[in-house]
Design a protein around this ligand. Structure first.
Ligand code: ATP
Length: 235
């Protein structure tokens, strides 16, 4: 349902993403593994046009060439991006953050139903819907960011390192929640450094290093790949 071919992102002279190609199937969860600075965020930002792509390359989604669609148009097509750093509105309540996530035209009209569906996947947020987001823990704020993205009724969810900065037990809860989201049939492209958790969630993955894809395979193959163990797991 999604295919990027030969996309590159350049910041001035620095080529952060170099001719990367990848695909995500209908209902599939795919992970991009990479160390700090490998180009993971640039990849997602290049896909959703938040960072300008270098000329050449293409992005196709549900049979449509979306290479020239600007960032605000991407969400209307059904691709939601949860950026690194979450971008939640910290002075507003959980419920108001969710309501803003339902602003795209494709989601209007069924906001209350959608909110109830989303909160079913995030029981902890359901209990705290009136809490001000800035008073919540990092893990809870990350949940708010994901729940808000789901309010736009996406078919493809892009997640930028949702486990970043979270304590191990909270990372576990985060990935349990993401499994519930995956099991609704949502297509997911997630970038992560947490190899174990993300390969338990995803069916397939790619490895990115210095802006290039240097490996790919199904989750089991990647989990047992000595190069990945050495690069990410320290053994
Ligand atoms: P991290 O997990 O540390 O965020 P990443 O894999 O997501 O890393 P990117 O954020 O995509 O990597 O960065 C890739 C490279 O591009 C890095 O060398 C980074 O310094 C550089 N870079 C990213 N954004 C910019 C920018 N706006 N201007 C200049 N260079 C940038």
């Amino acid at each position: 349902m999604f295919e990027a071919k030969n996309i590159s992102v350049r910041y001035g002279k620095h080529l952060a993403l170099d001719n990367v190609s990848l695909s995500v199937g209908e209902g599939e969860c795919v992970v991009i593994l990479g160390a700090n600075g490998a180009g993971k965020s640039s990849l997602l930002r290049g896909i959703t046009a938040l960072s300008p792509r270098a000329p050449g390359g293409s992005v196709h989604y549900c049979g449509q060439d979306i290479s020239d669609v600007p960032a605000f148009g991407i969400v209307e097509l059904g691709i939601a991006h949860v950026p690194e750093g979450r971008g939640v509105f910290t002075k507003m309540s959980v419920e108001d953050n969710l309501r803003l996530g339902g602003n795209p035209v494709r989601a209007r009209g069924s906001l209350n139903e959608r909110r109830d569906e989303v909160l079913e996947m995030f029981p902890k947020l359901a209990e705290r819907r009136r809490q001000i987001v800035g008073t919540m823990s990092g893990g809870e704020q990350q949940m708010v960011a994901i729940a808000r993205a789901l309010m736009s009724q996406p078919d493809l969810l892009l997640l930028d390192e949702p486990s970043l900065g979270l304590a191990p037990i909270v990372v576990g809860e985060m990935f349990e929640t993401l499994k519930r989201v995956r099991d609704t049939g949502m297509s997911i492209l997630i970038v992560e450094q947490n190899v174990h958790a993300s390969l338990n969630l995803a069916a397939r993955g790619y490895v990115i290093e210095a802006g290039r894809i240097v490996g790919e395979g199904d989750a089991n193959t990647l989990m047992n790949d000595p190069v990945i163990s050495e690069a990410f797991l320290g053994h």
